[in-house]
Design a protein around this ligand. Structure first.
Ligand code: G6P
Length: 372
């Protein structure tokens, strides 16, 4: 077993370190030198794909957060309204799906019963279903119209890490492909985004190489009772995923909020010493998102929060407002989740390890939930 863990203490730690490869392998062979997407595996008639008027992403758990990240990118590139829904909620509420709906079912295992039932239901209504899946030949891809595999390699630890980054990558490729097919105004961006995506594995590696400080912080915070996470835009689902990792691994209360929602409720939770992890948008993000989140950090700090900020390299302005700052390499906003998630995974792993918990097999959880 030690050899299978590649010298790491746990599968989880190994899988976090597998992430440059997970993203790299998922990108491999899916575009040509001119920056065109080639998704031959997407065996759905192009006329059908061109006529899609709504995308519905269905998933559970971490996979659903990957879907939420992807929504920002897909709507931006494709201009197709995109909903993300938990499979079990979708299936039992009489949702509107028809021949013009493209369903994207995201599942690491391909065996999650709730997602499988949602896929069956969507197909009965005439929708086409593309699965994004990490497990060859599993049930959800077999029951879908097409599959885009994530090539993250087998994920053993119950809590998902590398599959998440690979799912975002694959969903982005799908979004770019649809944009290419529909020839819309973001067409020119495709080659640029692909070029940016190709730099992501090395940037993830840089985050991993620089992880000692966040590991130490995780260990130092082993006695935390509750940790809040704030993010905005694509940083919002990243915050929720960071909170989920902490619940799953360390069994402490953790919650992710949209930073803009703070004043509508969550700020009431802030008291002296409350740790808050903030996923800071890049200073180059559109619409002054950075300044808006900086002001959120100031508000919670004034009320006693201990702020832990994940920021873009060079963003030294946040240092004045944060107890701890961790930098990730510069990258376009839509790709930032592929980097900002990584310190949050490492934080949860370190905190749970310091508590002496089994990070590969957390209590009460299963790797894949094959009952409804
Ligand atoms: C379980 C696992 C999670 C996973 C979720 C969805 O709850 O513990 O890590 O995100 O199922 O699994 P799937 O295989 O469908 O992505």
């Amino acid at each position: 077993a030690a050899a299978e863990k590649g010298g790491f203490d746990s599968f989880m730690e190994k899988e976090i370190h597998d992430q440059p490869d997970a993203v790299g392998q998922t990108l491999l062979g899916r575009s040509d030198v001119d920056g065109n997407l080639i998704l031959d595996e997407l065996r759905i008639d192009e006329t059908i794909l061109r006529s899609v008027d709504k995308i519905v992403v269905l998933a559970c758990g971490t996979s659903a957060y990957a879907g939420q990240v992807a929504k920002y990118a897909i709507e931006h590139w494709c201009r197709i309204p995109t909903e993300v829904e938990l499979s079990h909620e979708f299936r039992y509420r009489d949702p509107i799906v028809n021949e013009k709906t493209l369903v994207v079912a995201i599942s690491q295992s391909g065996e999650t019963m709730d997602t499988l039932m949602a896929v069956r239901y969507a197909r009965e209504q005439g929708a086409k279903v593309v699965a994004i899946c990490n497990t060859n030949g599993s049930t959800i891809p077999r029951e879908s119209d097409a599959v885009l595999y994530t090539h993250a390699g087998p994920e053993i630890a119950v809590a998902s890490t590398k599959a998440f980054l690979a799912q975002i990558t694959a969903a982005y490729l799908l979004g770019l492909y649809l944009a290419q097919l529909r020839g819309n105004k973001y067409r020119d961006e495709i080659a640029d985004v692909l070029a940016d995506l190709s730099t992501i594995p090395a940037k993830i590696q840089a985050v991993l190489d620089d992880a000692d400080k966040i590991k130490q912080l995780g260990a130092d915070m082993a006695n935390a009772k509750s940790v809040l996470f704030l993010g905005r835009h694509v940083g919002f689902p990243v915050a929720m995923e960071g909170a989920l990792k902490l619940k799953e691994l360390a069994y402490i209360h953790a919650e992710g909020f949209a930073a803009g929602e703070l004043k509508h409720g969550p700020i009431a939770l802030i008291e002296e010493g409350q740790p808050v992890v903030v996923v800071m948008p890049s200073p180059s993000a559109r619409d002054s998102l950075h300044a808006k989140v900086v002001s959120n950090v100031q508000e919670i700090r004034a009320r006693g929060a201990v702020t832990i900020v994940i920021a873009e390299a060079g963003d030294t302005t946040v240092e004045a407002y944060s107890e701890h700052v961790f930098y990730v390499p510069e990258t376009p906003t839509l790709l930032a989740p592929l980097l900002t998630t990584v310190p949050l995974q490492i934080f949860a792993l370190a905190l749970a390890s310091a508590k002496g918990y089994d990070v590969d097999q957390p209590r009460n959880l299963a790797k894949s939930v094959t009952v409804e």
